[in-house]
Design a protein around this ligand. Sequence first.
Ligand code: NOJ
Ligand code: CA
Length: 708
Amino acid sequence: MIQFIFRLAIVAILFSCSEKETLPTSVTSPNGAIEITFQLSENGAPNYLVFKDGKKIIDTSFISFDFKDAASLKENLELLASKTVEFDETWEMPWGEQKSVRNHYNELRLELGETTPAKRRFSIVFRAFDDGIGFRYEFPEDPTYSELTITDENTQFNLTGDHQVWWQPGDWDIYEHLYNETSFSKIDALSKRNDPNLIATYIPENAVNTPVTMKTAEGTYLSFHEADLTDYPGMTLKVDAKNLSMTSELVGSERLQAKAKVRLPFETPWRTIQIANKPGDLIESKMILNLNDPNSIGDVSYFTPMKYVGIWWEMHLGKSTWDMEGSQNMNTFTEGEKGSSRHGATTENAKKYIDFAAANGIKGLLVEGWNTGWDRWINIPDREGVFDFVTPYTDYDLATITAYAKEKGVQLIMHHETSAAPRSYEKQMDTAYSLMKSYGIHSVKTGYVGKIIPEGEYHHGQWMVNHYQKVLEEAAKKQVAINAHEPIKATGKRRTFPNAISREGLRGQEFNAWASDGGNPPGHLSIVAFTRMLAGPIDFTPGVFNIKFNEYKKNNQVNTTMAHQLALYVVIYSPIQMACDLPEHYMKDGKIHPAFQFITDVGVDWETTKVLDAEIGDFVIIARKERTSSNWFVGGITDENAREATLDFGFLPEGKTFVAKIYKDAENADWDENPEAYSIDSMDITRTTQLKIKMAPGGGFAISLFEE
Ligand code: NOJ
Ligand code: CA
């Protein structure tokens, strides 16, 4: 099966010239609204500006590089050549938020050369899209250097005001911080150090991680990120609160005593700014994906988007344990009694979950804690070789379970907790993926909990970026799809490697089970949708029905209503969506809970996505049409404030009537006082229907629309 199709590719050289006086130095988006201007200062220092509708939105911002063994590239540069090119194609996602994606931009390529004796050259490539801009640097082969050790990339983003910002600290080891909302000048990343809920965290300075999203006083929305992060460190953005300016700060390596080592020729990832008039346009933008190369791994039909259940939440709640022995060491998230065995991953328990999945239209089962090693891994400095990913605990019979699952139409999802020992994992990948192949298992959840070994490397540095890349490549050879936890940030690579199906890289549902700060606040996902989700699919693991779980944890709960949990299947995009609660929590009066019908029905692969209404940090309402049917689904969530949503169904096709099932908060629902109170209504809906739905504090709603 062909996974991507170039339907239209117009590449027209609009202008190309080597006459200095006529060299182009600016480029506008296809609709003319966004303009990028490049300049060289008097001393030959490169800088750029960005305009929207003729108004400056990025002020004069300089670009430079510092190297370990060469002089900085900073000034004394001249423009040797430049050209603009228009590009327009439409390609198809194998699965995704939408089926076809238009990639339309104007590009400005500038070739720069030093006027000083070294005479080094490099290029800057700008792309102006209707939904934002991207630019990157290209270093050609050089007679003097075959490699460059980069100590700093200094790409400036000078803001035009003290914008409102949704940010999390520029942590070199984890993206699992809560988002903060402040004005730009009030960003204080250092106050986020020493989070007691994070095992590995390193925040060296006042910087933010990307995507970082802003709203200007004029109501323009900006989100800063990167695309196609390959063989290079992740980028944080250093905050200069006084000058309202950010500068790229690459994640470093103590071993390298630098940020990156690259072989020439080399091109950096794209530095990106999504630019929108409405917050929803940020979600609908596919610019990050468009800045990545087409599918390079061919047929990926071995993976099918699906919903899954898992032996997972029960460990986070403390009902069972990952390890079989009830160990001395492995009690990271659970208060297991030493020496007692409450092992979750048993053959019997797996069969129970398979039966539940098969009876309720769920296609996948994740099992964590199935392999030996869990009794030894956590908080020990030398974690190399603790897990082998092929040896099951004696009470877990992989052959029996896979056969049973197959018979019931359920697929297993493998689990590899690498314990942040990537060298061990690289040695074992081949055997581990071969074992999966032999059982017909085509996806794996990987994990990287803890400080990276070897010491001196960070989760988001170049060394780990290359590790995650190697994993995708090796997995592709064995037809394995990857859902990475504690991952490197998503930068649209799923276009090139569609087997990068989903990832964590945010404060997920699990924090609600055990975080000492009481879990994720009700407004968490209303920010995540406009920050983390702009990077790519999220394995958030929604679907908790037993919101308070007092029988397990008195001091923790999910801080949303149950209807809000249902809405997340539409609001959050991922081609794998977990129904994370325990099978018994999905039962009511001896039968399947009536609200579970929504999870059974909801799609996981979409033809179209439309953000109906949103305000960042407050609420978001999204409608998606399933790819394999004519069904539509709508999900809406609110923060701690109750709201009334006015829905206009104008997105539905002409002349059709849909039967809607509306799952919503009961009148007296409240995320804290009464989170499980809900109601289900049915009605006919057409494209002229207008509907008002009340969302409780921390609440939401979910609607399925079936064509009549
Ligand atoms: C952290 C992951 O995010 C979580 O989902 C998993 O259960 C544990 N690590 C154990 O691997
Ligand atoms: Ca995690």
